[in-house]
Ligand binder design. Sequence first.
Ligand code: MG
Length: 251
Amino acid sequence: MKIYRFVHAGKPSVGVADGDRIIRHSGSDAMTLGDATSDSVPLADAELLAPVTPSKIVAVGRNYAEHARELGNEAPSEPIIFLKPPSAVLDPAGTIVRPPQSQRVDFEGELAIVIGKTARNISRDDWRSVVLGFTCANDVTARDLQKKDVQFTRGKSFDTFLPLGPCIETDLDPAALSLRTRVNGETKQNGNTHDMVFGCGTIIEFITAVMTLHPGDVILTGTPSGVGPLNAGDRVEVEIEGIGVLSNQVS
Ligand code: MG
């Protein structure tokens, strides 16, 4: 099923897609969905919110060999992880704001894992038991600041640097999904999750050996090759097979 968080007629809600409508549920978020109500709204009329409000976002760097190479790096021998702050999360219809400190802001289309249960020391074979589902993400990056600082924090953490959505798909095998990023309609990234260096099981085992993941936390699984700049007025779209399209304006 596809879970949406949305506002309609001023009322924030969570719901499940049924064709071109969202059936409102009684719960307060994707993890506590509650029961279906008799109320539904047209998907086109709903103001979509980021499908979760994570306590943290753990991102995997250089998880596609071709992308590692395009930035002059080798594919890593174990996952490289970094954090993005929850304050970077942007709603599906939100505008990515290029900060004055950066002359080079890049898109990175990525498959995002949404954690459904508290997770610590999860073995790679059990990874699916702690996952609620998957959504689309754009790991927006101030590339010049990332290179200058060496540390990833500043370049990855500006407000609006993490568009998430449009929904969480709970019934999805992430092993081989096409992932495309378009800027103003032109395809810039045309990848597939089967090219990930480390799969979801390895990533979750690696991260939960370090830190506890909480329901609603998000893991970004890395970006395929083809990353490039965003300019004022651009529209950037991340489309993942089986989930949908995440589309954001840039200012
Ligand atoms: Mg990334």
